[in-house]
Design a protein around this ligand. Structure first.
Ligand code: CP3
Length: 356
């Protein structure tokens, strides 16, 4: 165990991560890293020799074990449940596979009104019981360490992107075509996806997640007008459903500099910013009432320690003086990341003088 003192349960009054979500003063800036469990860790690669990613996600003991790998290796302030944004689509009737070396593939992507009509909305207990169970298991391990647990879901637009494109896509041609040409179908699809995502987040909170993050990874591909008209209402709907749980909600996207003002009307308590915008500029657009998460370039973790430290210090200095900053990357950690840099980064962020 590395840097975590033993106590019992997570005290929301004194936990730095939970305090930062509520924009309260903290003694050191909390840090966690998107995709903190994953291929850059030898422990994870060892498990992946034997199991596929969906195998790990669907066996709660394994998902719990992977959730704890980065917690055991680094003094991180939060754990994120090991899962993925795409399995929710399986319960809705889509057939999902992760192809080695290529990423996700949906064998029957949405291409017609009938496909949208056929999409089911099972309860999370029916379609994703393994992740809810993994959350309960992870809580029993994390509570003695005083580490809070983050649950997450894909946001409706990013889920629609995979459901329609069938896999990763460069310009999101098909999803944008549906959005622009078929407003009625778009509304039907986005209503179903926001119900499913909202209920899934809510169930994760009632299963034990302290905080929920909504990943809208690809929303930065949209014009502000399309985002406001065709996407934001469904983000708001998702958050409204999840919020009944009472836990803080983080809204994250990539390339969102032009959307941050709109995202601040989503109902989220925390908004993620990537490295393409400075934190003071992001704060200006988000306003004073929402916390900020970010925003180190993940590539900085591949650089020398001196170069990495300089950029981490910049992030801390940019955030200094205003409560409500959670240190994170602007997007997920890369598989090539040296674990030693992660360890040093976490220690650096926790050193009280680092931001000066
Ligand atoms: O943060 C964490 O540690 C929790 C785990 C997590 C995973 N996926 C596990 C995973 C989280 C939060 C996600 C979210 C996710 N999944 C997103 C949103 C975040 C982002 O990066 O924008 C997206 C778009 C996906 C969909 C997805 N899953 C893709 C496109 C891929 C393949 C690309 C890749 O990185 O390999 C995945 C696979 C995946 N999900 C991996 C992990 C650790 C790598 C798979 C492996 O072990 O082979």
């Amino acid at each position: 165990m590395d840097g975590h003192s033993m106590n019992h349960g997570v005290d929301p009054g004194s936990n730095n991560f939970l305090r930062a979500c509520r924009r309260e003063e903290v003694d050191t800036t909390p840090i966690w890293l998107m995709r903190q469990a994953g291929r850059y860790m030898p422990e994870y690669r060892a498990l992946r020799e034997r199991w596929g990613i969906l195998d790990i996600i669907k066996q709660p003991e394994l998902a719990c074990q992977v959730t704890l790998q980065p917690i055991n290796a680094f003094a991180l302030d939060a754990a994120i449940i090991f899962a993925d944004i795409l399995p929710i689509l399986e319960g809705m009737g889509l057939s999902l596979e992760f192809i080695k070396g290529e990423g996700p593939l949906i064998h029957n992507p949405i291409r017609s009104a009938d496909d949208i009509e056929r999409l089911r909305i099972p309860t999370p207990e029916q379609s994703l019981p393994f992740t809810l169970e993994a959350i309960r298991l992870a809580r029993t391990e994390l509570d003695p360490l005083g580490i809070p647990l983050i649950g997450f879901s894909g946001a409706p637009f990013t889920l629609a992107s995979y459901a329609i494109e069938g896999g990763p896509s460069k310009n999101l041609k098909r999803v944008k075509a549906l959005m622009m040409n078929e407003p009625g179908l778009w509304r039907a699809l986005m209503t179903k996806l926001s119900t499913a995502a909202g209920e899934y987040l809510y169930a994760q909170a009632t299963s034990g997640a302290h905080v929920l993050q909504l990943f809208d990874s690809w929303c930065g591909e949209l014009s502000p007008w399309d985002y406001e008209t065709h996407v934001l209402p469904y983000v708001q709907r998702t958050i409204e459903i999840a919020k009944r749980s009472g836990v803080p909600i983080i809204l994250f996207g990539v390339g969102t500099s032009g959307l941050l003002g709109l995202m601040s009307t989503s109902g989220a308590d925390v908004i993620g910013a990537d490295w393409r915008i400075s934190l003071p500029d992001a704060r200006e657009r988000i306003g004073p009432d929402i916390a900020i998460q970010g925003n180190l370039d993940p590539i900085a973790l591949l650089a020398s320690w001196d170069a990495l430290k300089e950029r981490a210090q910049r992030v801390l200095a940019d955030a200094a003086g205003v409560p409500g900053h959670i240190f994170n990357l602007g997007h997920g950690i890369l598989p090539e990341t040296p674990t030693d840099n992660v360890k040093r980064l976490v220690e650096f962020v926790h050193t009280p003088t680092s931001g000066n």
